[in-house]
Every structure is written in structure tokens, then in C-alpha cells.
Design a protein around this ligand. Structure first.
Ligand SMILES: [Zn+2]
Ligand SMILES: [Zn+2]
Length: 704
């Protein structure tokens, strides 16, 4: 007897082990028809996604997966099944067009899927082939072939792969075996032995006809296992949905995303530059981008000072020994630039004929010291804390720095401002007493709330990473962990946004809070973190004198809630589609004289704006004012002040704004000279969002 508990709590009993499909059929014929897969859990966990053909041989909770959840929302599990299944269909289609193509790895992702492939010598797929591939895919979908799973014992499975001769699939299989798999599984798109098949763990939708809509999206190059030294591969992206409507809204979103792409806008608005001569993944902040960054840093910095943080500055390098103590070296060598060796040491090693390999080993073992570009700011801040005796009265010590760090990212993974090799964190380290953790974590989150609120990013969520209750890998005693976890949880609850508790997601050294913000078009961006740390204070033997005159160990909190200035500004460019609120915009007002006759009045306005610290310019060019307006709107200048002889006479300005709908912006009407200057200054001072109550735009735009 197998007892199956359904999501509504009801229980169904089966005389012998049912398949997930049979469970669906026992609930209703309609459900059996629309079912795509099932989620089966044997204990309290979220359970495992399985095929409908999966046999459930013990009591379990079973949820049948259909395209939509009961509340009408799209089921992520359904999308996973559809996309993974579509990856198989796409691979089969590409195999028909490019015989001999070898398949490597093809996972479903949040909004799409890809398949890494090795094309035969001299053959390559291009975007011109997409139509052909999609036509072949459409045939496979129309045939509505079942996805049929079969399993082979390891030795037989490996022998089969050997004979087929794909080193990629052999490697995938070997990794599955190393990870503890006791059999290897294949999925045939149809009948095993007769139709196309792929080594695969599954699960899949029951048949190809379940794919309602699909699209081949793009091509990228990748490397086997992400390693540049291994085979160069082609990554083919596609996506799939249950319905055509879902695909259409996805396409619309993609167009919108393209319009907001910070790499394109960054160039167009001259906010940043990446220069091959300087190096990949190294951002050059141009004057305009630097203004945006500086405004943000001032805003964040002011809040930190208000909360009692001290600003510090530390160098970009530190000795290897420092990172050996912190544990960053040599363990994370792959994600760092190689160390720097001193002149004398280098000369001595050269005279000994020391090879690069030896040098690297001797550095790793600590026999030779050198310097490293800092991968983290924490060790430097720790040494500042340790540089003087501390008492319980000094705590917490809060050290903040916009600190630049360097990490080695594979070149294939670099792009724009969001994946870089050098970046400046909005970093701070708090050295606190155990009893201060709760309040300090709360303080960290209040800054997050303020800054996200000011930027109009109301849609964000928070993840609280907690211990895995079954693991013993954690540093620090359990009672303290309980308190720190409660502190993180309580602080997260104060934000008034959804937060999830994620057991097992804490670092071994402490619980943490992560921020994921959704931009206006619904894409999620992982930003920064607040992290409690019991470990580094031990590694650096940090202490303070307690009220009891004994030595106590502080706890550290690392916090960089916005991640890095590069990433944050990249996200903001996309969030605002380049149209920053006035306070952040590189140029805040452009004065546009209608003709030379108004040049003096334009200059007078410019001087008045500048006297208030407003970033303004005058376009004294000979173009007609309409052309000047168009240029300013394209440059996304928040306000244009058009001035002609009549304006000068009446001491007014004709105000325009960049319009999001029209290329020439919107005409807001007239405003007295002084009121305009004061209005802009107030809007900047209060850091208002474009169009928010209190802005010049809102004051002038009267509803009809
Ligand atoms: Zn698969
Ligand atoms: Zn840190």
C-alpha cells in the first residue's frame, strides 16, 4: 500500500506503486491530460521534480505540475520541464542540419535554456540557420513523440558511450558516477533504438507536443567546463513556453530589455568605457558616469556617517601573508590575479633559474612572500581595527570604504558593468559585541531601505541564509548562531518586503542577508549582502577589553548591500533606461536660447543655476531650437529651459522635459525665472524621482 498526500491535504491509497501519471489520472482525466510532470517529496523538503512515468514506491507528498499553478500564475516547474525538453528537440533539429555535431551540456535557465555544442571542423551555425532549425523543431513538436526514459547499469552505459565516441558525454557520465549515480539514464524522443536520444537525468514533459511555443534566441561562444584551455564550443540559446501568448510577452520584454541594455546606453550616453588596451572587465568611468557614481557615493556615504561609520582608505594591494591569514590565499587562486613579486626577490629567483611553476608553488607554500591585488577589503579593515587597543565602550567600530577589489573572471563571462575584473564595493566592516549584532544588522538594512526607496526600487526581495541544521561545518557556538540568525530574520522582516529563509545557505562562518532587486521590467538582479562573521575575528585573533576587564572576541559584520558601484550603476542604467532622476543625472538642465538675441538671458539663467550647484549648460549653437531640443532629449537631460526674447521680457523660462514617449520630450509650459531655479534646486536636494510630487515637472504638468 502506498499513501499519496496531495497538496490540498487529501490522501489517496494505491495497492501498488503508482506512476506520477497514474496519480494524476486518479484525480481527474483533465488533470491527467494537462499534466507535465510531478513534484514528489518523501519528507519535509520541496521534493524532486519527476517524469509522469516515474514510479512512486513509498508514501509521499505529490504535486502534479501543469503549465499554470492553481492561482493562475505560470509554474516555474512547468517552464523547467518544457525548456529542458525543448533543449532536446533543438539538439535533434540541429543534428539533422549539421550531421556530426557533438552535444556537451544543455541546462534550462530562469528565462531560457541553452545547449553547448561542438560543431564538426569547418562547420559553424549562424543566426541565418535559426529559421531552418525552428522549422525542424516544429516538425518534431508536431509529431508529438513521447519522451521515453531507459536506464542502463554503469558499466553497460559507459560501454555504450565509449562506442559512440563522445568524450563530452563520457565526461558527463563519469561525473554523474563520481557524484554517486548508480545507473545512467537516456531519454529517447520517441522509441529507444529508433529515435534520437540523449544521455540525460531528466525529467521531461511526457511528449514533444506539450511544447506550446519556442524560439531559437542567440549564439554565444563558450568553453568546455568554462575553461579557456579546453574545447571551444558554441552555445545555442533558445526558450520555450506552454503558450504562444507567453512567448509573445517574453519577446516584448526582450525588446524592452534591449532598449535598456546598459552596455548600449552606457556607450550612447558616454557613461563608461571598456578599453581593450586597458584590459577586459576593467571599467573606465568617463566624466558623466563618474558624476552618477559620485552622487550615489555621496548619498550612501552621508547615510553611513549619520549612522556612525568612519571612512577609511586602504591600498589596492596587500601582502600574501595577510591573505594567508584571512584564508583568501592560496585557496581562491583561480579567481584572483596572480601575485606580484618584489624586484629583489624576482632578480634572486631569476638567477637561480626558478621556473614559473616553482615560483607559484613556493608562493602557495609561503616560502616566498609577495603582494596580491586585493580580492576583498576585509583584511585591511581588520588590521585597522587591530591597530589600537579596543574596549567594550568603543564598540561597535564601523569602518567604511568604497574599496576597489580585483577578481579573475573567465573572459567569456565578462560583459558590461555587471561582470567585471575590478570593482568598487560599497564596503564596510562592523566590529561588534555579541549583544550588538541585532541592532547593527538592523542599521545595515535601514540604509538599504532608504536607498532603494529613493531610487524607486520597491520590488526587491531578501534572502536570509541560515545554517543547515544537519551539518557540523559551522564556526562559532550554536547558541550565538541562533541569536545571529534571529537577528538577520528580524531585521529582514522590518523591510516590509518579501523575504525567504534559506536553510543551508549560510556561509560556514555566519548567517547572511542577500538582496535581489527586480527592475521595472521584472528582471531580477542579485546585488549585495550583509554577512555575520565569526571566523575572521578568530583567524586574526581580534579582541577587545570587556566591562569585566577580560579579553573578548568581537564579531564582524561585512556589508556591501549594493554589491559594487559598477554593478549597481549598471543596474540603475537599465532600471531608468538611462533617464536618471535629476539629482543623479550628469547634466541636469540645458538652457536652449531660440536665437543669438537671447544669449545674454540664457547666460544669466546658466549663472543662476550654477550658483545653486546645478549642473547646467547652454547650447549656443546655430541649430534651430527644435533640433537642440531633440539632441537634449536624446541625451536624456531631465530639463530643458527654452528661452526667447519674450521669455526674457517676462522673466520666465519655457520648460521642457525629456519625454519617455516622444523623442522631442514634453512641453511643460512657462515658469518664472526664480521659481524655476529654486524648483530644480529643491528637486535635487530632496533627491526626487522624475515626475514625483514636488518636482518641477509635477508642478507644471497640470491634469487637463
Ligand atoms: Zn536532457
Ligand atoms: Zn568583508
Amino acid at each position: 500500500m502506498v499513501r499519496i498526500t496531495l497538496p490540498d491535504g487529501s490522501v489517496k491509497e494505491f495497492a501498488s506503486a503508482p506512476t506520477a501519471g497514474e496519480v494524476a489520472a486518479s484525480i481527474g482525466a483533465g488533470l491527467a491530460k494537462s499534466a507535465l510532470g510531478a513534484r514528489v517529496s518523501l519528507n519535509a523538503t520541496a521534493g524532486e521534480l519527476v517524469d509522469l512515468s516515474h514510479r512512486i514506491d513509498q508514501d509521499a507528498k505529490v504535486a502534479i505540475i501543469t503549465a499554470k499553478n492553481r492561482d493562475g500564475t505560470v509554474s516555474p516547474d512547468a517552464l523547467y520541464l518544457l525548456r529542458h525538453s525543448c533543449a532536446h528537440i533543438m539538439a535533434e533539429a540541429i543534428g539533422r542540419i549539421f550531421p556530426g555535431v557533438q552535444l556537451v551540456y544543455g541546462p534550462p535557465l530562469e528565462t531560457n535554456f541553452y545547449y553547448d555544442m561542438a560543431f564538426p571542423e569547418g562547420k559553424a551555425m549562424s543566426t541565418d540557420d535559426f529559421e531552418k532549425v525552428e522549422a525542424e523543431m516544429a516538425k518534431i513538436v508536431a509529431e508529438n513523440r513521447p519522451f521515453t526514459r531507459y536506464d542502463l547499469p554503469i558499466d553497460q552505459g559507459m560501454a555504450k558511450l565509449q562506442s559512440e565516441g563522445s568524450k563530452f558525454k563520457l565526461d558527463n557520465a563519469q561525473r554523474a558516477v563520481d557524484a554517486g549515480s548508480t545507473a545512467l539514464s537516456w531519454y529517447a524522443t520517441g522509441e529507444p533504438g529508433k529515435n534520437w536520444e540523449d544521455l540525460c537525468r531528466g525529467p521531461h514533459v511526457p511528449a514533444t507536443g506539450k511544447i506550446g511555443a519556442f524560439k531559437v534566441l542567440s549564439l554565444a561562444s563558450s568553453y568546455w567546463k568554462g575553461d579557456e584551455k579546453l574545447d571551444r564550443l558554441t552555445r545555442v540559446y533558445g526558450t520555450a513556453f506552454a503558450t504562444k501568448e507567453e512567448l509573445e510577452s517574453y519577446n516584448k520584454l526582450q525588446d524592452e530589455a534591449k532598449r535598456r541594455d546598459h552596455r548600449v546606453l552606457g556607450k550612447q550616453l558616454r557613461l563608461f568605457h571598456i578599453d581593450e588596451m586597458v584590459g577586459q572587465g576593467l571599467i573606465l568611468w568617463t566624466p558623466k558616469g563618474s558624476i552618477v557614481r559620485n552622487e550615489l557615493q555621496n548619498f550612501i556615504g552621508n547615510e553611513l556617517r549619520r549612522q556612525g561609520y568612519f571612512q577609511v582608505y586602504t591600498p589596492h594591494i596587500g601582502k600574501l601573508d595577510l591573505y594567508r591569514t584571512s584564508g583568501h590565499f592560496p585557496y581562491y587562486r583561480e579567481s584572483q590575479y596572480p601575485p606580484i613579486v618584489e624586484h629583489d626577490e624576482m632578480a634572486r629567483l631569476a638567477s637561480e633559474g626558478c621556473t614559473c611553476g616553482e615560483l607559484s608553488n613556493r608562493m602557495a607554500s609561503g616560502e616566498i612572500d609577495g603582494y596580491m591585488l586585493k580580492p576583498m577589503n576585509c583584511p585591511h579593515h581588520i588590521r585597522i581595527f587591530a591597530s589600537e587597543p579596543r574596549s567594550y565602550r568603543d564598540m561597535p567600530v564601523r569602518l567604511a570604504e568604497f574599496g576597489t577589489v580585483y577578481r579573475w573572471e573567465q573572459s567569456g563571462e565578462i560583459g558590461g558593468m555587471t561582470r567585471v575584473r575590478g570593482f568598487t564595493q560599497d564596503d564596510a566592516h562592523l566590529f561588534v559585541r555579541e549583544d550588538q549584532i541585532a541592532e547593527e544588522v538592523l542599521g545595515c538594512l535601514s540604509i538599504v531601505k532608504l536607498i532603494f526607496g529613493t531610487l524607486g526600487m520597491h520590488d526587491y526581495r531578501v534572502r536570509v541564509g541560515l545554517r543547515d541544521p544537519d551539518s557540523a561545518k559551522y564556526v562559532g557556538d550554536s547558541a550565538n548562531w541562533d541569536k545571529a540568525e534571529a537577528a538577520c530574520r528580524n531585521a529582514a522582516a522590518t523591510l516590509g518586503v518579501p523575504y525567504s529563509e534559506e536553510p543551508g545557505e549560510a556561509a560556514f562562518y555566519g548567517p547572511k542577508i542577500d538582496f535581489v532587486v527586480k527592475d521595472v521590467i521584472g528582471r531580477s538582479w542579485q546585488l549585495g549582502t550583509v554577512q555575520v562573521d565569526y571566523n575572521l575575528p578568530i583567524r586574526f585573533d581580534l579582541s577587545y577589553a570587556g566591562a569585566d576587564n577580560k579579553t573578548h572576541r568581537p564579531v564582524m559584520i561585512h556589508r556591501a548591500p549594493f554589491g559594487s558601484m559598477e554593478r549597481f550603476v549598471g543596474v540603475l542604467i537599465e532600471h531608468f533606461a538611462g533617464a536618471f532622476p535629476c539629482w543623479l543625472n550628469p547634466e541636469q538642465v540645458r538652457v536652449l536660447p531660440i536665437s543669438e538675441k537671447s544669449a545674454d538671458y540664457a547666460n544669466e539663467l546658466l549663472a543662476a543655476l550654477k550658483a545653486k550647484g546645478i549642473r547646467a549648460t547652454v547650447d549656443h549653437g546655430n541649430d534651430r531650437v527644435q533640433a537642440k531640443i531633440k539632441v537634449a532629449a536624446e541625451e536624456k537631460i531631465p530639463y530643458m529651459a527654452v528661452v526667447g526674447p519674450r521669455d526674457a521680457e517676462g522673466r520666465v523660462v519655457s520648460v521642457r522635459t525629456r519625454g519617455s514617449m516622444t523623442p522631442e520630450g514634453a512641453n511643460l509650459g512657462e515658469m518664472p525665472f526664480d521659481a524655476f531655479v529654486a524648483g530644480i534646486a529643491a528637486e535635487i536636494e530632496q533627491r526626487l524621482l522624475s515626475g514625483a510630487p514636488g518636482t518641477v515637472q509635477a508642478n507644471l504638468t497640470k491634469p487637463v
